[in-house]
Design a protein around this ligand. Structure first.
Ligand code: GLN
Length: 212
């Protein structure tokens, strides 16, 4: 067997660690919720939980903020009184992965707009690639995530204009930053849940299992 990155090694080793399921929540207010839940349900060591209430937020080990419409999601977070609890848990170390609109929710700076949760040291530009028609996908090699090329699907996506402080660039596409990591926070401008490849979900589960 040749060299394999940690994610692929873990994939071959699963199920590991004596059977305690890792509870991964998906914020279930709007957007690509079902797709993330389906992807997670294929991972043996994970219990996938739709998050709609305060008590849901309290019982997950990590949470995914799905793609959709960031302004709508931010409004719903406030309407359902989840905003502060979610922000406080993330600030307290709850592992989080924002995909597309979810990345926008996490960012401390959103160009020309108000930030939302404002927890991750990145500056994002909404709808950076243009309109819905300008959606596209690319195969990219991302060694920390998988040894094989992974498909990145962009739908009316933001890009990351800059990373600050301890945030680091995880992936670039066509010269723009499209994924970043800051400790237990992961942000991707694209949608791994719309592909057949669970590498990013495994990568996040790995972050969560190391934090738990
Ligand atoms: N354009 C959306 C926004 O700005 C994000 C799109 C997506 O999540 N696919 O919120």
């Amino acid at each position: 067997m040749g060299w394999m990155c940690k994610t692929c090694l873990n994939r071959n080793a699963w199920p590991f660690g004596g059977g305690n399921l890792i509870r991964i929540g998906v914020l279930a207010l709007q957007g690509s919720v079902e797709e993330h839940l389906k992807m997670l349900s294929n991972l043996q060591e994970v219990r996938a939980i739709p998050v709609k209430t305060l008590s849901d937020i309290k019982r997950v080990d990590g949470i995914i903020l799905p793609g959709g419409e960031s302004t709508t999601q931010a409004k719903l977070l406030r309407d359902f009184d989840l905003f502060h609890e979610l922000r406080d848990r993330i600030k307290g170390g709850l592992p989080v992965w924002g995909t597309c609109a979810g990345l926008i929710l996490l960012a401390k700076n959103v160009i020309n707009e108000q930030a939302h949760l404002g927890v991750m040291d990145v500056t994002v530009r909404r709808n950076a690639y243009g309109r819905q028609l300008d959606s596209f996908s690319r195969m990219v090699t991302l060694p920390p995530v998988s040894c094989n090329p992974v498909e990145l699907v962009f739908i009316r996506a933001p890009w990351i204009e800059a990373v600050h402080d301890s945030a680091t660039v995880l992936a670039k596409c066509n010269g723009h930053i499209v994924a970043a990591r800051q400790g237990r926070m992961l942000g991707t401008a694209f949608h791994p849940e719309l592909t057949q490849d669970a590498s990013f979900h495994r990568y996040f589960v790995d972050i969560v299992s190391q934090a738990s």
